[in-house]
Structure formats: C-alpha cells, structure tokens
Design a protein around this ligand. Structure first.
Ligand code: NAP
Length: 334
C-alpha cells in the first residue's frame, strides 16, 4: 500500500540571521517501500536542537553537508511499520535520524531499538544526545570535585538542566543562569540548583559573585558571547571551562569578538575545552543505563516541552532560539 509522506525540505540557508519559516518548503511524496535489510518507520516524535540550524548552514564540518532541497535533518523516535530485517518487527520503537517527515525508509542498523516504556521520549532528551552531552562533557572535561562551584549557562534548557543536576549528584554547588523568573524557580525549587540567576534581569556578575564568592571551578557554557566573557572574569584557580555551545551567536548577523577576559586562563591556570558529544559514542550505552537509573530514582528530573503536528516543525524549532522552551523541546508528529 502506497503511503503518502509529508516532508519539510531545506529551502534557504539561514546564515548570519534568525531562522525563518520561509527557510523550509512543505512537500508530499510517496514513502519508499523497504528493500532487503531495510525497514519503514513512522515518525512519532522529533527532537528540536539548536545545532539543526548550523547543519542547514553547513558550519563546523562535523556532520555530512546538507544541500538545498534535502529533507530537514532531525533526530526522532519512530515506530516500525514494515520490516525486512529480523532485528526489528512492526510496532518496535526506535531512535534514529528521522528527519522532518512522516516516514523514513532506512537500513535497520541505522536505528537504535528502545524500550516502549515511560522513558520513551527521554531518548531524545536525558537519554539522548543532550543527556550524553551533559554526562560526558561534565565527567570528561568539567571533571567536577565534590564541593566545587559549577556555573551553567542556558541552565533551564535540555542540556543545561541535565548538566546541572549531574553536577549536584557529583556533590557540587550549582548555580544556573537562565532567562526569566519561572525558569529560575524551576531550577532551584524543582531541580535542586543552589542558586539561579535571571540574566534578563541584569546585574549578572554581582549576582554570580554573591552566589560564588570563591569563584567558579567549572563553567559549563551553552551561550557564549558577552556572558561567557563576563563569566571568564570570575573563574577560580585551575577552573575548567567547557564550551558546549554558543547560542548567543547562532543567529547573530555579525559574530561577537573573542572574549577579552581570556587572559584569566593564564592567571588562574585554567583550561577551556571544546566539547563534541559524538566523540564519546562508544560509551553511550553505559551512560544511558546510569542516567535512566538516576531518573527512576528521582535524582534527575526532566521537563519536556511538547508541540504537536509536523506542520509546526519550523515554528517549534524557532522556540529554542527565542527561549520559549523550558527543558527539552520536542515535536509530536503521530
Ligand atoms: N557540543 C555538543 O556536542 C552539543 C550537543 C548538544 C547541544 N549543544 C549545545 O548546547 C546548547 C543547548 O542546547 P539544547 O539542545 O539543550 O537547547 P536548549 O538549552 O533546550 O534551548 C536553547 C536555550 O538557549 C537559551 N538562549 C537562546 N538564545 C539565547 C541568547 N541569545 N542568550 C542566552 N541564552 C539563549 C534559551 O533559554 P533562556 O530562556 O534561558 O534564554 C533556550 O531555551 C546549545 O548551544 C547547543 O548547541 C552542544
């Protein structure tokens, strides 16, 4: 039976500007029947990640290049509809590179089979790329010691909220920086952060000094720009700065200049390390088990911001740039 497959294609590259709905075109095609060793998957949920914009722009060189007219890339959770491979059967739930479309036809080994349980959607959050980023970025690069002061920017987002909670589990004092009082309340009242600072209310650095009088031992940065520069002035001796992301620059027309406070790396004998989560792929399975145990034990709490309908994919992705999301931004497709 032919299945119609609604898709979003890349129409424009959004370099040096905000992402717009017109950067995508909406089309309908016929889903391809699976060949030998292939499966047909129906998309259930899509992950919305700031890095998707960078992939449209072909920056970084760490992912295969995109072309105008390609199906918009996205990780997602799907359900097997037809299978020509013994490892997967109809009804199985999988995680894979679903793209912004209703159906994907792909070789079975490109998919990860996951449990159809209460943690299903966590495979796009704390058990997915953002959880792996938080876990490995902190343990391998941040290397927190009990009693360390950890500052997380973009703290109420998917990655930051998990990174901060893992730092709490490691026995650290954790300060989150996020946009707005509701996000800050969520961090302190529900996630157990020791302090939260609303950067939109101003006076960030005096508030950081008050919350971290001994300086910052681990700086987890999701934001970059002026905030990173200012925080670099507040690091402690032997601080570790983990550069996870720089969302303040992702939509900038002109890139901000480099941090003027970088000389503090010398004075404080500190390190600043770039993180790319794919480097730790071979260790993901063990980390997934550990984080799942923490979620089940209530030691890591998550929030998922779920929008509905494939037709809303562009506006849902835009939410992570405007800060409309708290926790993990997802799109429910089916
Ligand atoms: N290196 C890696 O391997 C890796 C892997 C995954 C993610 N990342 C990076 O991690 C960061 C977070 O990604 P995520 O998927 O977890 O997204 P997210 O944090 O759930 O969503 C993005 C958040 O960024 C904040 N934001 C947006 N524009 C901002 C600005 N100009 N200044 C300050 N904050 C701003 C918003 O929160 P507010 O309301 O608080 O502003 C928004 O909710 C991104 O930079 C991403 O590129 C890196």
């Amino acid at each position: 039976m032919a299945r119609m497959n609604r898709q979003w294609l890349i129409a424009e590259r959004p370099n040096n500007r905000t992402l717009q709905a017109t950067d995508f075109t909406w089309t309908t095609t016929e889903a391809r029947s699976p060949g030998p060793g292939e499966v047909l998957v129906r998309t259930l949920y899509l992950s919305c990640d700031p890095s998707q914009k960078g992939q449209m722009e072909n920056i970084g060189g760490y992912a295969a290049p995109t072309e105008i007219g390609d199906v918009m890339r996205a990780g997602g959770i799907g359900e097997i509809v037809e299978s020509n491979d013994p490892s997967l059967k109809p009804g199985d739930k999988v995680v894979g590179a679903m793209g912004w479309q209703e159906y994907l036809t792909t070789p079975a080994p490109t998919l990860l089979k996951v449990g159809d349980d209460e943690l299903l959607t966590e495979h796009l959050g704390a058990l997915g790329g953002v959880g792996m980023t938080a876990y490995f970025g902190l343990s391998k690069l941040g290397r927190p010691f009990p009693g360390d002061t950890v500052v997380v920017t973009g703290a109420a987002g998917a990655t930051g909220s998990v990174a901060g909670q893992i730092a709490k589990i490691a026995g650290c004092r954790v300060i989150g920086i996020a946009g707005g009082p509701d996000k800050c309340r969520w961090l302190t009242d529900e996630l157990g952060f020791d302090a939260a600072i609303d950067y939109k209310a101003g006076d960030v650095i005096p508030k950081v000094r008050a919350a971290a009088p001994g300086g910052i031992d681990v700086l987890w940065d999701n934001v970059g720009g002026q905030l990173l520069d200012d925080l670099m002035g507040e690091i402690a001796l032997y601080a570790r700065i983990v550069i996870c992301g720089g969302i303040a620059r992702y939509e900038a027309e002109v890139l901000p200049p480099g941090p003027t406070n970088y000389f503090n790396l010398i004075f404080k004998r500190a390190t600043m390390h770039g993180l790319l989560v794919i480097d730790y792929q071979s260790e993901f399975p063990a980390a997934r088990i550990r984080i799942a145990n923490w979620i089940r034990a209530g030691r890591i709490k998550t929030r998922q911001d779920v929008q509905v309908g494939l037709e809303n994919a562009p506006t849902t992705l835009m939410r992570v740039f405007s800060g409309a999301n708290t926790g993990k931004q997802l799109l429910k497709v089916a």
